[in-house]
Design a protein around this ligand. Structure first.
Ligand code: BG6
Length: 524
């Protein structure tokens, strides 16, 4: 160990500079059984809507650029309005150019456009489905072999109608998916119900047309690279799992902060609010990955069993919890947005505390918060470890100086992992400082990160449902937030906050009462 330098001794020559670095070495694919996607016809209902232009078409285009698409893969848009295939492609072109992860070169676009087709018509008209059937038959003849994915990118209110018509026209058939037989899968977009009762009805309804193995409930957070990495970090390293419990972890924060507002979606947002939009699905899913037990294997249902199991162990919130451990906020100016009531109580911000009654997590609070128009765009999981016993450092001040370690799983932006811990500052005194060690995917593996929708569409085409939500965990997530929705919708009391701020001070007070604090959001 290097001795501290005596003040009279000459200073040692400067040490050679060692650049701080993160290097990544690719070790191999753990998912050796991952199949290539099957040649498929993808039918997008709501093909002229925002999601299709912003996410679905750019994702499919990038899958094609990465040569991950099976040949042939044909994409059929279904929407109101009469468009030729060429007009449909022309309509998508500027959106793909704007939202594609990779540059849109003319030759690649021409190839992509040649896979597009369009059926114009109302969802309640038989003619729409007759035309669709003709296109699907033609696709099968071109080599899609009858494999089909229906993407319901429409308001949930029309799901029953579409499914009923698809069944009536023999385009879907309720059956367990068998290898070697033409596949028939349906992707359902959120919001998946608006409360427990409607989610159950929706599940019942969809379940009457399709077997659970055919239903792909999408939660795009689960397709994010860093969310998937939670499992590899936890179960691929022996150093974390022994610490991953109540003995070592003090509390966990999960934040999804957005700097944007509701982006013109006033009517949708008024009926939804942040709890349904982000917490019921995205954040509870992330929490289940952080807290689940080791699965028997990486097979879809083994992982989904464990996620569902941990959600069952989350303590139900009562009136008292909602009053003391849940905070709602609304950004100033929200009520002036189009489609928003002038006295709206819809929360654009929510923070809440959950406890998990399990052997592993008893007594560890999980704080979830999400909000629009906040200071920073950031999605992060912060695992706060317990403080050290202070007897070692006899100074009275040690308690305030020695900050406990924090492991951060950075979901976006600057995807990566960091660890904050204390280290001695060089010098005679035991001066301690915080050190932040950060790994970003961009530095470590020098590989672009695909968009969540790319991963999820590919998984659906290959019949892998691991990253999609199963019925039981959707139900349980609704059950968990139901008391919050009920109480908040029955009583006004939203806290206003300034756009660009960290949210309502009541959220700081809520976590502060437990002796904890949120990770600070910083205006960029
Ligand atoms: C969607 C919500 O599910 O997620 C939006 O409906 C939100 O309101 C979006 O903006 C955030 O997703 P991402 O991937 O940009 O963090």
């Amino acid at each position: 160990m290097t001795e501290p330098r005596h003040p009279d001794r000459p200073a040692a020559p400067p040490a050679p500079t060692v650049a701080s670095s993160v290097t990544g070495e690719i070790l191999g694919d753990l998912t050796t059984k991952r199949r290539r996607p099957d040649p498929t016809a993808i039918v997008i209902f709501g093909a002229t809507g925002d999601l299709a232009g912003r996410k679905l078409a750019p994702a499919l285009f990038n899958i094609m650029l990465d040569n991950a698409m099976a040949e042939p893969t044909l994409i059929i848009g279904v929407s109101r309005g009469e468009l030729t295939a060429q007009q449909f492609a022309d309509q998508l072109s500027p959106r793909v150019t704007e939202f594609s992860r990779q540059k849109v070169e003319p030759a690649a676009w021409t190839k992509f456009a040649s896979t597009l087709d369009f059926v114009g018509g109302e969802f309640d008209k038989d003619a729409t489905y007759t035309a669709l059937k003709a296109k699907l038959d033609a696709a099968a003849a071109k080599g899609t072999r009858g494999n089909r994915v229906f993407y319901l990118s429409t308001p949930p209110a029309v799901f029953p109608l579409i499914l009923q018509k698809l069944q009536q026209h023999a385009l879907i058939e309720r059956a367990v998916q068998q290898p070697g037989k033409p596949s028939c899968r349906v992707i359902v977009e959120k919001p998946f119900g608006r409360d427990l009762a409607t989610a159950r009805q929706l599940n019942e309804m969809i379940g009457s047309y399709l077997h659970e193995s055919q239903i792909y409930r999408i939660d795009h957070y689960l397709g994010k690279e860093t969310v998937q990495n939670i499992l590899v970090l936890r179960f691929g390293n022996s150093i974390f799992e022994p610490l991953w419990n109540r003995n070592h972890i003090d509390y966990v924060e999960i934040t999804a902060a957005e700097s944007i507002g509701i982006e013109g979606r006033g009517a949708f947002y008024e009926a939804t609010g942040v709890v349904r939009d982000i917490i019921q699905n995205h954040l509870l899913q992330v929490m289940s990955l952080v807290t689940m037990e080791v699965p028997a294997s990486f097979a879809a249902d083994d992982i989904r069993d464990e996620k569902s199991q941990v959600l069952r162990s989350v303590r139900n919130l009562d009136l008292n919890d909602v009053a003391n451990h849940c905070v709602r906020g609304q950004y100033r100016g929200y009520r002036d947005e189009d489609g928003v009531a002038h006295d709206s109580q819809t929360p654009t911000y929510a923070a809440m505390r959950f406890m998990i009654d399990s052997w592993r997590w008893q007594g560890v609070p999980f704080y979830l918060r999400a909000g629009k128009k906040l200071a920073e765009r950031l999605t992060e999981v912060n695992i706060h470890f317990r403080a050290v016993p202070l007897v070692l450092f006899k100074e009275e001040a040690a308690g305030s100086v020695l900050q406990p370690a924090v492991l951060t799983l950075r979901i976006q932006p600057h995807e990566g992992i960091s660890l904050r811990f204390v280290a001695k500052v060089p010098g005679e005194n035991i001066n301690v400082g915080n050190v932040l060690m950060t790994m970003t995917y961009a530095d470590a593996f020098k590989r672009p990160i695909s968009e969540a929708y790319e991963r999820l569409l590919l998984d659906c085409m290959r019949g892998d449902a691991t990253l999609f939500n199963r019925r039981d965990s959707v139900d349980r997530a609704w059950e968990l937030i139901q008391p919050v929705l009920q109480i908040w919708e029955a009583t006004p009391g939203v806290h206003l906050y300034d756009p660009g701020s960290v949210g309502p001070p009541a959220a700081d007070e809520m976590i502060g009462r437990d002796g904890h604090s949120w990770r600070e959001l910083v205006r960029g």
